[in-house]
Write a protein of this length. Structure first.
Length: 311
């Protein structure tokens, strides 16, 4: 909830929890591909902003001061993020060394999902009269794909037609050949997998409890998701000749994850052995050292506030 102190913890399959830090208003997280930082959204004062937490140095860096980000995805080199706000997609450097740049704007809402491991494709949902439609678009760079400079977004193409049912999350596999996504259905939410590019075939991964927030293990053999009951499930899978063969979902840990089944997310470390989970701090005694806070884009923020006050 907005302004609430949240405990951020590592969670292992054994159920062991280790507190990482505490955050104010945090509600959505994602670990950087290099495993060194945690980006998160924080709702405070009626506005959302994007932060970057370097846990090795215990430093939190504010990446945005406006736009009210709603979702985001890291670039594969961990140097930048692309985030969505209302009907636009934006790019910003994780270290704040460049101005926020708008990449795309549409009449309808846009919700960023993921960036492919090679950095050349972005997945996002486009809202409209038929719910949220999953789209894939090329990311075009002047040179090799890099988070140091903002890419251009090419023409989006529809992916994974679900007949108007809303697709609220999607993630590329570690080799970029598959995409897992969840769909809002009449009797719940389920996770499916399709090939990239889409061959038209699809495979259901979730079971009777439904599922959402899919995330792939980097080992190329497991897929995780969260059920409607907040349980984290793991599915072993194999691939051969364009065929995806999932196993039976199994419980990854006894720990249950709170949060909305539709918009919540699982944040998996690159080693595939632990996840970041959020929980209410309550009366829990603070055991971690206070983190330093760095404000980037400082003069842009001063100018914005001056304009708002008419100075």
């Amino acid at each position: 909830e907005e302004g609430e102190e949240v405990a951020v913890q590592w969670l292992e399959a054994s159920g062991r929890e280790t507190e990482l830090t505490q955050m104010t208003g945090a509600n959505w997280t994602r670990i950087s591909p290099d495993g060194k930082r945690l980006a998160y959204l924080s709702n405070q004062g009626g506005h959302a902003n994007l932060w970057n937490f370097d846990w090795q140095r215990n430093v939190k860096t504010k990446m945005t001061f406006e736009h009210d980000p709603e979702r985001f995805a890291w670039t594969p080199d961990s140097r930048a993020v692309i985030f969505s706000s209302t009907n636009s997609l934006y790019w910003t450097r994780a270290d704040g060394a460049a101005r926020v740049q708008k990449l795309r704007e549409e009449r309808n809402g846009l919700f960023i999902h993921d960036i492919a491991p090679d950095g050349k494709t972005v997945s996002f949902a486009r809202s409209g009269g038929q719910g949220q439609r999953l789209m894939l678009a090329p990311l075009e760079y002047k040179g090799a794909p890099s988070g140091d400079a903002a890419p251009q977004i090419g023409k989006p193409e529809p992916c994974c037609d679900e007949g108007g049912r809303g697709v609220t999350a999607s993630r590329f596999s570690s080799d970029g050949k598959w995409i897992a996504y969840n769909v809002l259905e009449a009797l719940g939410t389920h996770v499916y997998v399709r090939s990239v590019p889409d061959s038209g075939a699809k495979w259901q991964v979730s079971g009777s409890e439904g599922g959402a927030s899919p995330v792939w293990s980097p080992n190329g053999r497991e897929l995780f998701f969260k059920t409607t009951l907040g349980r984290i499930m793991a599915v072993d899978y194999t691939t051969k000749a364009g065929v995806f063969t999932p196993g039976t979902p199994r419980l990854w840990t006894e720990h249950r994850v709170p949060g909305n089944i539709v918009v919540g997310n699982l944040s998996l470390a690159p080693d595939g052995k632990r996840m970041v989970v959020l929980g209410r701090l309550g009366e829990k005694r603070q055991e971690t050292a206070p983190a330093a806070t760095v404000l980037v884009h400082f003069f842009e923020e001063v100018r914005r506030r001056a304009q708002a006050s008419g100075q």
